[in-house]
Design a protein around this ligand. Sequence first.
Ligand code: SF4
Ligand code: SF4
Length: 256
Amino acid sequence: MKQKIGLFIENYVRNYREMKGARTEWGEPVVAFADSNDILFRNLKDIVNINHALPSDLLENAGTVISYFISFEKAGVMNNVGGTQVSKDWALAYIETNQLIADLNNALSEMLKKQGFKSAVAPPTHDFDEKNLVSCWSQKHVAYIAGLGNFGIHRMIITERGCCGRLGSLVTNVKIEPTKRKCEESCLYKVDKSCGLCVKKCIHGALKLDGLDKRACYEVCLETAAIYSSLGLADVCGKCIANVPCSFINPRRASK
Ligand code: SF4
Ligand code: SF4
């Protein structure tokens, strides 16, 4: 089942552009699996955010959380390098990938249903509390628990295909062997302070070496949303992750 789900996601992403006439180019996705009863889901609720859902809140008898990362191709990312304003391509990629995630989750749910399994979907974004800026289903934390990657100091998940892309997930009652979490850090600054480029790239001053001012970052994202409102909801920025060592790869793997 693990292989079947991985292949389903891979094929769906590969064919989506042509199927929907999308502009964005996506790379190969990365897929990982978490045990729904992993203690870290409980910790996430008890320690990080009391309003965070447990997999069993989304689906009774939840067995596995499927977490995946859909990477952006390099050319689209490079369009968002430099300048103060987010590129139109990046804004569109954000909107189109959110739609891709919604469509993929529906298709994956259907596939699982045909096999006799249930599933439940959490939204890819826009499910957060605007006052406290916390989500009731944090795709990043879910991805970390599933072993998809580790956090960089930019607060994004660094996967084997970097951090430029979007995360999605789905809860199912299928029992699948969990992916092993990575013990070693992926962020070069966390390892030996040899990077920090993402902080330099945040010209808005929201990202510092010792933390992210979520409110300041969100304000920048809302400015983008206003600029590109004719495209859809693009409350995004991403200047800090475009063309840095962890944009397209896990930089720790590259140096081995
Ligand atoms: S750009 Fe460098 S410091 Fe920032 S998250 Fe990536 S590896 Fe870490
Ligand atoms: S998304 Fe934009 S505002 Fe937020 S930390 Fe990155 S560069 Fe700064």
